[in-house]
Ligand binder design. Sequence first.
Ligand code: PLP
Length: 422
Amino acid sequence: MSRAPAPVVGGRPVAPFDPHRVRAEFPILSRRVRRGRPLVYLDNAATTQKPLAVIEALDRHWRTSNANVHRGVHLLSQESTTAMEAARGHVARFLGAADPREVVFVRGTTEAVNLVAHAWGRANLRPGDEILLTTMEHHSNIVPWQLVAAQTGAVVRAAPILDDGSLDREGFRRLLSPRTRLVGVAHVSNALGTVNPVRELAQEAHAVGALVLVDGAQAVSHLRVDVRALGVDFYAFSGHKVFGPTGIGALWGRKALLDAMPPWQGGGDMIRTVSFSGSTWADVPARFEAGTPAIAEAIGLGAAVEWLGGLPADAVAAHEADLLEHGTRLLEGVPGLRLVGTAPGKVSVLSFVLEGVHPHDVGTLLDLEGVAVRTGHHCAQPVMDRFGLPATARASLALYNVREDLDALVAALHKVRETFPL
Ligand code: PLP
């Protein structure tokens, strides 16, 4: 078998990456679906599949060490605590954080944004203050701010996007003002694949005194994230979108900011003292982790980011760029197909509409061919409104996808076109 030449990134060869070898680490990818067809999994923006490293970490924990954390003196509790805190360290390193205490385990991106909105927002927002978001935010970076705005009298604004799906930088600057207290922005749009210039946006936001929260849900599996280099204040992501378990994610926040924030949920583990005359709070991150955490899932998340960190990042990025280019070229050859979101430098997401066929019908017909894509508004209704669409079909890529997956997608789309001729 001939070996593919080492990819070249920025003029230099990088360690090779073999997606076929990586696929073998994902048992689900060898499943057969619909009348024995091989599974073509292109719904990675919704959730990613799990490698053996993660499956085995969960299995090992439950088989050997399962116990509640932090409060036990017995061996299993100590092992569970050690493993969970090691996972916090892995996540901190994965994000380039200065200190593992800046990493709060949460259920996912949604809970991370709610945490900041409620803990920071309720304590700091006053009537007339503004939260500046973008039109391409996922509902989970919109609705929590609307809830807190209703409670505090703050106002939510949304920066516009351009026809190709990139952020309208001028529009963003026009809305930024000394009234802006926080800018909330997706690192990568789940509906369009747009990569936002987070570092520059953070500089502009900080110049008017605003904090910056980044929704990294779609970024962490595609981009190398370094929260300090990005210069942001909060960064949120979900474990299940980065090859880890559901029910776990992380909020990274600058230590000084987290230290100054009151708790948002009360219960066990988040207190220093409790009496009926009043209670005092634990230090961060425990202050924001009330109740028994998702222990095995946190350990699984640690395993996921360690596994990802062990892959050659430049070669993975080159592979994903090749997939995106290959997919784009093929999709453009399907009669009546229009891509939605063509911003330069975009990653992973191929959102499209097929003239004369409702996206849900497209999704159902693709499923019959074994091709899993998502259809709908992708929890980004303002994006759909911006483009005057009720829904799109979305194929989203992960590092274990191969060109053959896109070939299968496009072959199935040609069949749909034959069924619904123009
Ligand atoms: N933000 C973006 C950009 C997303 O794509 C998603 C999920 O699709 C979320 C936030 C919410 O993530 P979760 O449901 O894991 O909390």
